[in-house]
Design a protein around this ligand. Structure first.
Ligand SMILES: [Zn+2]
Length: 318
């Protein structure tokens, strides 16, 4: 289901930023004993890991690095704790970070068919990642599997890596009522025109892709591309507020709480359609000046959205 928009962006133009150069060491064979020297004070102590803003841990978690010392990297863990990693692979900045919402015991919404939002978000994100990589766009995901990762670690990863775009993938619950078309919602950073454009493009692509399915939809009365503010006038959603400076969007692609939509979303082919819609939107964001569409003025809401904290979180082996 990769139609017109993919065709117009089929040229594979690498967009990766230049990778930072890592310290390297060389050894030179010699038969003449070198005089003993004292390393200059700026040399790292023996065994120090290379500098990195983020690393992939041995078990595959992308983790933000706070600092390093002679034992390794001090990282933020999936549960938001601090730990020292003695092994791992430095992560260079990707073009895009995808953020499958929720994970592990923190499931997010659960459909009437028992489909968990955390599992669905991961499947859709993986399809989006594959489609982006097929177009030469480098991608890092905030969680590699069905793991719980707190919001602070997700946003810290974005701040450390500063990708060209960040997209948090979700599915919704608690609609206002029936609609005759998909009730997708996308949220942007209130003060960022580029974030707004990214959210409008995701709305345009996901709305068009899901409109192919003729089912009874539900949605919010102000469904569309919009913002949501907290009591202080800042962005309500953590992953938008704490990633300021990086164009970011949070997408509620469809309503998992709605039985017909839940049945649709359980289908891998529909998960692929959603993922490819997100990928097309991101490609258009990166490679065109397209403005996006579906912008609405939101009605104020005070329904809290839960999840994402560290209560009871147990870190996996890193
Ligand atoms: Zn969610």
């Amino acid at each position: 289901m990769c139609a017109a928009a993919c065709g117009s962006t089929s040229a594979r133009v690498p967009l990766e930023r230049a990778a930072g150069t890592l310290p390297t060491t060389t050894t030179t064979a010699t038969t003449v004993p070198a005089p003993p020297t004292t390393p200059p004070p700026t040399s790292p102590p023996p065994g120090t890991v290379p500098a990195a803003n983020a690393v992939t841990s041995p078990h595959g978690f992308p983790l933000p690095v706070d600092s390093r010392d002679d034992r390794g990297w001090l990282v933020e863990t999936p549960c938001g704790n601090r730990a020292t990693l003695t092994a791992g692979t430095p992560l260079t900045t990707p073009t895009v970070i995808l953020d499958p919402g929720h994970g592990g015991a923190e499931t997010g919404a659960v459909g009437p068919n028992h489909l968990r939002e955390s599992v669905l978000n991961l499947a859709v994100s993986q399809f989006a990642k594959s489609a982006l990589q097929a177009n030469g766009v480098s991608v890092v995901m905030t969680r590699p599997g069905d793991d719980r990762v707190v919001l602070t670690t997700r946003s810290a990863l974005v701040r450390k890596l500063r990708p060209a775009a960040f997209v948090s993938v979700h599915h919704n619950s608690s609609p206002d009522g029936p609609r005759d078309s998909p009730g997708s919602d996308t949220y942007y950073q209130y003060r960022s025109p580029q974030s707004k454009r990214l959210a409008g493009l995701i709305y345009e692509e996901i709305f068009r892709a899901l409109s192919a399915y003729r089912i009874p939809w539900v949605g919010q009365v102000d469904g569309g591309a919009k913002y949501r503010l907290n009591g202080q006038g800042g962005d309500y959603y953590h992953v938008l507020r704490e990633t300021a400076g990086t164009p970011s969007a949070l997408a509620e692609l469809a309503f998992l709480s709605d039985p017909p939509e839940a049945d649709l979303l359980a289908r891998p082919d529909v998960q692929q359609v959603e993922g490819e819609a997100v990928a097309r939107a991101v490609l258009r964001f990166l490679r065109t000046p397209d403005p996006g569409s579906g912008y609405v003025t939101p009605i104020p809401r005070n329904t809290p959205t839960g999840g994402g904290g560290g209560e009871g979180c147990v870190d996996p082996p890193l």
